[in-house]
Design a protein around this ligand. Structure first.
Ligand code: HEC
Ligand code: HEC
Length: 340
């Protein structure tokens, strides 16, 4: 059942324009109102509805690129020109269920969310830039050429997945669902314990995962080591990783019935990210405005006076407070400068 709910300034308008169909409010957005789409209760389009026209074919290739990346563009494919990804992860290892699982960074609806300002790049970026952000970091590979069939296929797939979702709609269930991280440093010994009890079964005691029976990918993907995401990836930030893990792992976990506690997720995320992984060059270029750098960015430089260890493992409260103070000082200085 598709639901699109009018998220308006006035519930009066909503009552007038909404119609109840099978219990779901189907809203008609009057004027400048913003649509809210609930991805936790949304049926994505079905592949079986695709035909053989050029757009449909490209969408199907995009789906293959998301769900079977290592066999399409991985480092070990036969055609050297197609070796675009640097590791054997598949996009779907993180963007679960072909990018449709809520709170597992779903790709549903992202089409209408770009261009968008991003602090990491310090500029307004396109969806292509964002895809290449994951190619460079999560996949430890190369940026796709903008006119490549692969880039067009990713875009076509994401556009198709976003069918029925208005541009700029507020998405419930996008990204990850934040945890209530304890305001203390990660307890690595506890993280190791959680890992051994709840994760090692699939991801291996050595964290290197388990290869698929056929092809280049994994049945259970690695969480660290040379074939994992690099140190510039979003999953390399402990609060991001905790949010993903708590609401999605062990595999099959739904965001509304987590297996781990907030503290378990925080500690095991810290444990995973304490391990060796590929190193990305030029990370100092990220967050050109250092005051926009998230507290849990595991690489410097920093302007808040806290060391790399604390940025990697917390506690984050003091870092956030200091950043807020510096932001306020910078805003006040800018205001004083402008009024001269
Ligand atoms: C029953 C098996 C299973 C268990 C247990 C499990 N996972 Fe996973 N995990 C998976 C699978 C399978 C995927 C890839 C999902 C896909 O491709 O659909 C995955 C993906 C991941 C990813 C993203 C991909 C990557 O390689 O970085 C992370 C992070 C992760 N798991 C962490 C954990 C943590 C932490 C635990 C323990 C709290 C855990 N998992 C427990 C099966 C499992
Ligand atoms: C190791 C996990 C991982 C893998 C593998 C991965 N991503 Fe991501 N991706 C993330 C995380 C985490 C975020 C969001 C956090 C951030 O902004 O860094 C994200 C964000 C995105 C977004 C933006 C989503 C939004 O809501 O704005 C797109 C698009 C995207 N990834 C595409 C891809 C594609 C395409 C691939 C495969 C080529 C891929 N990702 C592989 C972890 C991963």
């Amino acid at each position: 059942m598709k639901r699109s709910i009018v998220f308006g300034v006035s519930t009066f308008v909503l009552a007038l324009s909404g119609a109840m169909i099978g219990g779901a409010m189907i809203g008609v957005a009057p004027g400048a109102e913003v649509l809210q789409v609930d991805l936790t209760d949304w049926s994505p389009p079905k592949l079986s509805t695709l035909g053989n026209d050029p757009f449909s074919k490209l969408v199907k290739y995009g789906h293959a690129l998301v769900t079977d990346t290592p066999n399409q563009i991985g480092p070990d494919v036969a055609d050297p020109a197609k070796r675009l990804s640097g590791n054997n992860l598949t996009c779907q290892n993180c963007h679960l269920q072909a990018g449709t699982q809520p709170y597992a960074m779903p790709l549903t609806g992202v089409w209408g969310q770009f261009p968008q300002y991003r602090g990491r790049e310090g500029e307004v970026g396109t969806l292509e830039d964002r895809i290449n952000g994951c190619m460079d970091r999560s996949m430890n590979g190369k940026a796709l050429a903008l006119n490549s069939t692969e880039m067009k296929a990713y875009l076509a797939y994401m556009k198709w997945l976003s069918t029925g979702i208005a541009d700029g709609a507020k998405l419930k269930g996008s990204g990850t669902l934040a945890t209530k991280a304890p305001d203390r440093a990660v307890d690595l010994a506890h993280g190791e314990q959680v890992y051994a009890q709840t994760c090692a079964l699939c991801h291996g005691n050595d964290g290197l995962g388990k290869r698929a029976a056929t092809g280049h990918g994994y049945q259970f993907p690695p969480l660290w080591g040379p074939d994992s995401y690099n140190d510039g990836a979003g999953m390399g930030r402990v609060l991001n990783a905790a949010a993903f893990v708590m609401h999605n792992m062990p595999i099959g976990t739904s965001f509304d019935a987590p297996v781990l506690t907030d503290a378990d997720a925080y500690d095991v995320a810290g444990y995973i990210n304490s391990k060796e992984r590929p190193v990305k060059a030029d990370l100092a270029k990220d967050f050109p405005n250092r005051l926009q750098k998230s507290a849990d960015t595991p690489y410097g430089p920093y302007v808040d006076g806290f060391d790399q260890h604390q940025h990697k493992f917390g506690p984050f409260g003091p870092i956030r407070a200091k950043i807020r103070e510096l932001q306020e000082a910078a805003a006040a200085a800018a205001k004083a400068g402008a009024s001269k």
